[in-house]
Write a protein that binds this ligand. Structure first.
Ligand code: ZN
Ligand code: ZN
Ligand code: ZN
Ligand code: ZN
Ligand code: ZN
Ligand code: ZN
Length: 414
């Protein structure tokens, strides 16, 4: 009993960490950083790529105190080192501003040739370092406890969980472990503009413990996939009517064409909305009834694939400036998937580089390096074997490993 209590305290004591925790911590931090940076190695300014669908963006309050500019990862490192930087996580359709007219003569070291402004960039109050309806910074130096924040997929502002207009944060759909059961969050300011989502079946809403009506089986979230604009399964539609058994078909955006080729023109009457998953023209939908309090939306996993891609709906999205909702590359999921792929490639290359380095050495050099590595390995191995890895490592432990190594070296030299 006393032992357990002591161990618990040791683990919690500041600055003490077990080997397992340490390694896990480093890996988690690296992965987290790679996910936010989207696998961008942070070496080149992203300006040449134009308005990227999604990228990590930073604001420099030293250079642009009014927060009406943003820079890419590479620029935040190369051009604004030591400046007061606000990390904005990722933003869509943004082009690096570093060194343009907003920077008062502070030129970009990586890509100095830029237009004076990027007119399509938008800057919300996050760029000034304030977030949510409460306008507080993050982390908030005055808060006793940092409340988790969630990002709205429409306005991309961040909100404290207790400031999203819910009666209780218990209403946020989560599983028993507290992991989010929703893919996207639409804040209470943006939800009235997304009123059309109410025309879709319940499967697009994330279901939580409370407040969210009983939902359909989550294994079948895409009942409406396979709309007429989905070329993969047009044969299943007759006269534009939706056939129910199209679950599981994926819309392929990379494929380029969103037009049907298989279905004769006469069968698709776009003006009547008959080829629409909603079977109506969303543009003619009556305006939402204004209620006293608008509620945020929590969207289910894969909900965007359910959105109709017919001509009328596509125009509707474009008019409202939300066409990105039907672009797979806009999703955080896709962004992180690409980041993970790049990360794996990078790790493979690193391993490759290590073995290439060894192959380029002559035999004697190899032996010397390998015996050095082996000494190190053996020393750590015996240290780890003699050590309970659930116990904290102290600086004395590390020192003794290196002292033993030094002794061995001396033995070999003498
Ligand atoms: Zn840049
Ligand atoms: Zn700066
Ligand atoms: Zn720069
Ligand atoms: Zn807030
Ligand atoms: Zn919003
Ligand atoms: Zn439609």
């Amino acid at each position: 009993m006393a032992d357990t209590a002591r161990d618990a305290f040791a683990d919690e004591a500041e600055g003490t960490v077990t080997i397992d925790e340490y390694i896990e911590g480093i890996e988690a931090q690296e992965l987290e950083a790679d996910l936010v940076l989207g696998g961008d190695d942070g070496k080149d300014c992203t300006y040449a790529g134009g308005y990227l669908k999604r990228q990590a963006v930073f604001s420099c309050l030293t250079c642009v105190p009014d927060g009406l500019a943003g820079v890419c990862t590479a620029c935040s490192l190369a051009c604004h080192d030591g400046h007061e930087i606000v990390e904005l996580w990722t933003k869509r359709k943004f082009r690096c501003d570093c060194g343009n007219s907003k920077f008062g003569g502070h030129l970009c070291k990586l890509c100095p040739e830029k237009d004076s402004e990027n007119p399509a960039n938008s800057y919300n109050h996050n760029f000034k370092g304030s977030y949510c309806t409460c306008g507080r910074p993050y982390p908030d130096p005055e808060a006793k406890e940092q409340v988790e924040m969630i990002q709205c997929c429409i306005c991309e502002d961040w909100f404290h969980e207790d400031h999203v207009g819910l009666n209780s944060i218990e209403e946020i759909p989560r599983d028993e472990e507290g992991e989010p059961l929703y893919e996207d969050f639409i804040c209470h300011k943006c939800s009235p503009g997304c009123h059309f989502l109410k025309l879709y079946p319940d499967t697009i809403w994330a279901s939580g413990k409370k407040n969210w009506a009983v939902q359909c089986d989550t294994n079948e979230p895409n009942m409406m996939i396979g709309g007429p604009s989905n070329h993969a399964n047009t044969e299943k539609h007759e006269n534009g009517a939706l056939v129910g058994d199209t679950v599981g078909e994926k819309t392929s955006i990379e494929n380029g064409s969103t037009k049907d080729i298989a279905v004769p023109e006469s069968k698709l009457d776009s003006s009547s909305g008959s080829n629409c998953n909603l079977r109506m023209d969303v543009n003619t939908m009556p305006a939402p009834v204004v209620t006293e309090k608008s509620m945020p939306f929590f969207m289910s996993k894969g909900w965007r694939e359910t959105l109709c891609r017919c001509e009328a709906c596509t125009n509707f999205y474009a008019q409202r400036g939300i066409a990105y909702l039907v672009d797979k590359e806009d999703t955080i999921e896709e962004y992180e998937k690409i980041a993970k792929q790049k990360r794996e490639k990078k790790l493979e290359q690193q391993e490759g580089a290590e073995s290439n380095f060894l192959n380029s050495l002559n035999h004697v050099q190899k032996i010397e390096i390998l015996s050095g590595i082996n000494d190190m390995k053996n020393e750590f191995q015996s240290f780890l074997e003699s050590f309970d890895s659930s116990k904290p490592v102290t600086s004395d432990d590390i020192r003794s490993v290196f002292e033993n190594l030094a002794k061995k070296k001396k033995q070999r030299l003498s």
